[in-house]
Design a protein around this ligand. Structure first.
Ligand code: URA
Length: 230
């Protein structure tokens, strides 16, 4: 090999190592910033939509229930919409169904603070909005409310970038997967959704009405846990 060729190879190798180092540093920087950014981006987004009146629920809610939990969560749970308790406190899943959801989360070795929890609609859908103080006044959100609100959930998913999403119940699963297939057929399988593995299962409120569904949810949770650990 000529001396000049050798020199060229040495030069190219040096540049390569330098670039690799820079790339490594910038990767670390990008990761650090993006962790902080997720929190900031979510908060900025929350403020931006806090006074939303795109659908009639915006005029009857007490509080918008944006979502709660860890912005860096690997796993996100998505429910249908806030109920009475959630509307009063602005926090998702804190009523009886929420207590059960907490137990479900703990059954796979996690805590509520480890995951992120949100809903397909952010404001309380009521059967009779003229009597907002009435408990048991909940109804599923309708198609217009869902289509106005679901872009908010999509943005949350875009920011959090969870690896796994567990969708709770028929309304949420059908609207996210854009299908009419019943939850009993959708549940327990993984679907690709915005870069995440998404699994629908029964809603905790359905388990409160029908305890025989608990074993199905337990099967689904074991599958989810196995996939998360693999
Ligand atoms: N049910 C839901 O789907 N979401 C909540 O936040 C509470 C109850």
């Amino acid at each position: 090999m000529k001396r000049s060729e050798f020199g060229k190879i040495v030069e190219l190798t040096k540049n390569y190592i330098k670039e690799e180092r820079n790339w490594g540093d910038s990767e670390i920087m990008v990761k650090k910033t993006s962790l902080k950014n997720k929190e900031n981006l979510l908060e900025e987004f929350r403020k931006k939509i806090a006074n939303c009146k795109k659908c009639p629920l915006g005029s009857t809610r007490l509080n918008m229930v944006f979502g709660a939990g860890n912005p860096k969560a690997k796993l996100m749970f998505v429910g249908e919409g806030p109920g009475y308790e959630e509307d009063h406190r602005g926090v998702p899943f804190i009523g009886r169904a929420g207590e059960l959801l907490t137990k479900i989360i703990e059954s796979i070795g996690l805590k509520r603070e480890n995951v992120y929890i949100a809903n397909v609609v952010k404001c309380h859908p009521m059967i009779d909005p003229s009597d907002p103080e009435k408990r048991g006044n909940d109804r599923p959100p309708n198609i217009d409310e869902i289509s106005q609100c679901i872009p908010f959930l999509e943005r949350q998913i875009e920011i959090i970038k969870p690896k796994f999403i567990c969708v709770l119940g028929s309304t949420a699963a059908k609207s996210i997967l854009n299908t009419e297939t019943p939850i009993s057929k959708l549940r327990g399988r993984f679907y690709e959704y915005k870069g995440a593995k998404l699994m629908p299962t029964f809603h905790p409120a359905a388990l409160l009405r029908n305890a025989s569904l608990k074993k199905d949810v337990w099967q689904d949770m074991k599958k989810l846990r196995a996939a998360m650990n693999s």
